[in-house]
Design a protein around this ligand. Sequence first.
Ligand code: DGY
Length: 356
Amino acid sequence: ISSHLGKKPKILVSRDLGPNVMPLLTQRGDIEVVLWTQNSACDRKWLLDNVKGATGIVVMITDLVDTELLDAAGPDLKVVSTMSVGYEHINVPELGKRHIRIGYTPDVLTDAVADIAVMLALMAGRNANGTMGIVRDGLWPRTIWAPFALCGPQLSTFGSLSSTRTIGFLGFGRISQATLARLVPFGITDCIYVSNPSSSSSKKERNRIRDQNLLEQYQPQLKSLRAVDKDALARESDVLFVLTPGGPSTKHLVNEQFLQKMKKHSVLINVGRGSVVDAMALAKALDKGWIFGAGVDVLEGEPNIERDHPLVHTKCNILPHIGSATFETRLAMATLAVDNCLAGVAGGTMPTELDT
Ligand code: DGY
């Protein structure tokens, strides 16, 4: 990396990326590294004070990259690299206008998030939250075994149960497809989806070809894979996965009207972005029995979810945004975030650059 007017390019890193990844930055002699060292989300004031003159920044989903931060950084800023696949915290159009490149971390977290999507689907269908509560609260001795007590809708189906399961996806990108791949061995035969609402018509054509390939890949089990409208998605899904990016175009796509259309024995899983599902409507849907269960790894308003949040008092299985939290995946994400940043600072090809 070449220096500018005799000065080493400055890279600001908003969280300590650990002993395996930080040396990729700190052991180089050709850059200046400025690091938020505390074990907490980077303080906004510290970020604004220290970003001045930075050529690259490595940020987390907890850091807002807005005009205020860009102005504070000044004209040297060439690249913002986020250790996430989501980029709702970044004002993408503004960075585009300023010709600042964006690095993000797709692909490396696909498997970890698909794993947790399946885990939540199983937990929601078998009411893991509610039934584990029986044990936690010491109520097991008084919970009488009964033929139909504590039952839930089964995820797997192999024909022997004379029923099929339709799996629905709101958003059908990489993670949805990886989730579907995990469910085919459960005997799933039917899959429907609504594409990302912002998909262009050329993307729709690419999707048609992709669907054909997916069907061929998972045959003979998977019999049908169809793009549907939102209404059909709500009405037909037995298990519905929300896996679409956040932002204004997807806000509250799953609202009261949507939930009221769903099957009584269906379950809703959100591992995408909290803002896509109206949390109050979901709490109501569970209380009123419009759907059987739910599992969410993301929730609007996170991380400020207190114990008195209405959804916390339902049977919803709630995880604190741990979809990508495996040792292997977080290491890969941190490494990729650093590689993107270094490549951007050097003006080279970034391994995974966001197309803006
Ligand atoms: C992402 O990368 O966007 C995840 O939601 C955070 O792990």
